[in-house]
Ligand binder design. Sequence first.
Ligand code: KG4
Ligand code: ZN
Length: 429
Amino acid sequence: MIILGIETSCDETGVCIIETKESEQGTILTVLGNQLYSQVAKHAEFGGVVPMMAKREHAKNLVPLLKKCLEEAEYNRPGSLTHHPSLTKEGEAGKRDESRLASSSLAKEECHSADKAVENILIREPELFTELLKLLETIEKPNIDAIAVTNGPGLEPALWMGVTFAKALAIAWNTPAIPTNHMEGHILVSSLQIMENKDSPSKAKERPCFTIIETKYPAIALLISGGHTQLVLIKDKLDYEIIGGTRDDAVGEAFDKVARMLGLPYPGGPQISKYADAWKENSNNKKQNFKFPRPMINSKDLDFSFSGLKTSVLYTLKEIPEITEDIKQEIAYEFKEAVMEVLATKTKSALIEYGAKSLIVGGGVIADKNIRLALEKTARETGVEFLLPEISASTDNALMIALAGLVRCKMLGDKCQMSDFKANGNLSL
Ligand code: KG4
Ligand code: ZN
């Protein structure tokens, strides 16, 4: 099976093509093409993601990324494409009248129905439509079985861009579209285990190959990203129940806000990690100057709260006349320790309470190596299997969306496809 994944929920534009084959070792997944464009530098000067700017950037980047991804997958190779009647009916690719590329005149012309439907979907994005049409005219339909796209949760204007783009492609290529939950992507990507080159069935050795680990259920997933902090009970494959969540800030959000208080650039997560690591390396024999609270660590439920911790950092900073690099490092370290302790404690309670057999962790914050280690320890102490994504697949990417689309396709067959789904910023698991 070959799936194209599209991710535009926040400030990363991602396009990925995966192929799976069944083998004696189980399902083997090869990444044929994987393109990611991070808008971080554009948003950094505003101190956070600007939703309408994210939308515009996605619109600008989707077609070039798709083109690169198709090239990487060698879909420009003879025999790798299937003939698509709707896009070649009036002649070979590339022979169309240039004037048809102008969206305003197109409305008046008698167009082929697939083109017309694509134009209707992208009616509010004439530039994206023009670029897409140009690309479609130079290639034929690639040999893919479905297009998976994030339809939530996330920033709605950004999500809409991916959704409309995927729908337009689905029509142009007469290929099913699968709406995909971003958080499900963060969960499922933890089940990919990289294969050594020697075992890899891929002819091009540089193509990453993975086996898909079978998760043991019930599982608990801890999701920690810029918009989410959730504990999820997974009773069986794709069967989710949210058993805990943050009452205020998400973990990633708290990282980003504390980084801003320390005068560190956006996104703050990696900065806090860096400063905390520096403190750990340099702090030998230095006395600890700060102690932050561990909010809700002893509460009976599985909920979290990080805004009090953030405020505590703020008040501490207000009392310090000169905030040196040393102080920033120590505050970053102690803040992260507080977060880690709460996450590990609550996760352990959830694992025990629900008799879980596996712990899955996902979301951008899991890119932090100490948080990875702390949660691995939690899994070890509780005697459960531990699944976590590669660091590079921890933050937003389209591989996880293609994978979520694949799993849905396999589980639900035709029921996973939809033609009139919407972007939903608050989509739940
Ligand atoms: O999953 P993600 O890429 O996007 C959302 O779905 O929100 O997560 C982004 C969050 C940001 O808050 C970012 O600061 C945080 O993940 N993050 C990190 C690290 N890398 C990204 N937090 C801690 N340590 C990191 N290395
Ligand atoms: Zn995410």
